[in-house]
Unconditional design. Sequence first.
Length: 398
Amino acid sequence: MKTLGIGLAGARYGARMHLANYAKLPRDIVEVRGVCSRTKESGGALAREFRIGFATDDFDALLARKDIDAVDICVPPALHHEFAIRGADAGKHIIMEKPLTGYFGTAGDPEPIGTQVSRARMREGAGKNAEAVREAVRRNGVKFCYAENWIYAPPIEKMRRLIAASKGSILELRAEENHSGSNSVFSRDWKSTGGGALLRMGVHSVGACLHLKQWEGQLRLGKGIRPVSVLADTADLIHSSAARRAGEAGANRWISANPVDVENWANLIISFDDGSRGNIIVSDVGLGGLNTRVTAFMTDGVIKSNMTANDAIETYAPDASAFSGEYFTEKLETKAGWNRPSCDEDWFRGFAQEMEDFVGAIRENREPRSGIDLAVECVNAIYAAYLSAEKGSRVMID
Ligand SMILES: NC(=O)c1ccc[n+]([C@@H]2O[C@H](COP(=O)([O-])OP(=O)(O)OC[C@H]3O[C@@H](n4cnc5c(N)ncnc54)[C@H](OP(=O)(O)O)[C@@H]3O)[C@@H](O)[C@H]2O)c1
């Protein structure tokens, strides 16, 4: 089988993460052959650093290259669906960062759209964007690899094996993610990200819950267990009077996010067609470094998966600078006191494994574990949740 040629769209955090994990695979299996960025400087710098032969600021130039078999889309979410469709129409396989897409506004929308546009309108627009990508992938017969790293993480892999080893059913999945807020300027506005913490972060928790119930259904019943409805609440805790009160008292120094029109806290309950529940809580106001967990409450046991800080290694230092040269974990505020750095974040969080599966799926002409259907279902569930939060009542998922 020939070496898979990758063209990266995007040259910052997401692209670097993917590059680091392609580099763990043998070079005769996969090679990153081009990079495209908004500015020439950014892609050029990445190309020099990682010895990538081609850099451009024109996505069409990347698509025109015959030595590129797949495009890896790590651009801001508002560009995801358009880039995916253009890539598929050019005959390229697609590797796509989360979320698949969302609603980013249409001409004539009042601004800021996050507070001015109805969630019903947004849900319809996001659903159309998602379906357009699925249709383009099917029309062109290309693979679509959805970079939902949680379902590749070893703690979730072990959870699947434990569930399979039992005869039990999952009654509740409880998934959570929090940190002290995204620093990306794009994360502040709905029109750039398609939502706030619920979409940007919650897409992982939702993806894990949908995947696990789908997988459990296939295992036990020969067909997936489907989400039927969602009940949700969202909030802007950062601009709450509680946060202001702390600011006035000289506190509240650590939460870095400053959103314009997006939520920074969300809680949603997904009802599945076997009567079980997925209970998801995400927050941009959680200090202590990235926290990502999924717990399966089963009929015959409990399985707790922790993809971030765990006690494989623990450090103590009175001075925050004692271990300053070594990476601990994403979004950790301080290295002072007791800490639990990740031994290998790419491995624990499933980034290495997802890239291995994607490269294998494309080369072997098989479906990846995380594909277009999961990507579309996450968008549908999340926008149903946005509508539920607006209405204050349960919303059916189509
Ligand atoms: N799975 C995870 O845990 C995780 C973590 C972080 C991010 N992500 C995802 O990764 C993706 C990228 O995030 P990021 O943090 O890397 O974003 P970012 O820092 O905003 O970088 C976006 C990149 O896209 C490029 N770009 C923007 N417009 C473009 C255009 N029209 N044509 C070509 N390139 C363009 C930018 O070029 P310039 O450099 O020239 O500005 C930049 O390199 C997002 O979808 C995000 O959700 C996932």
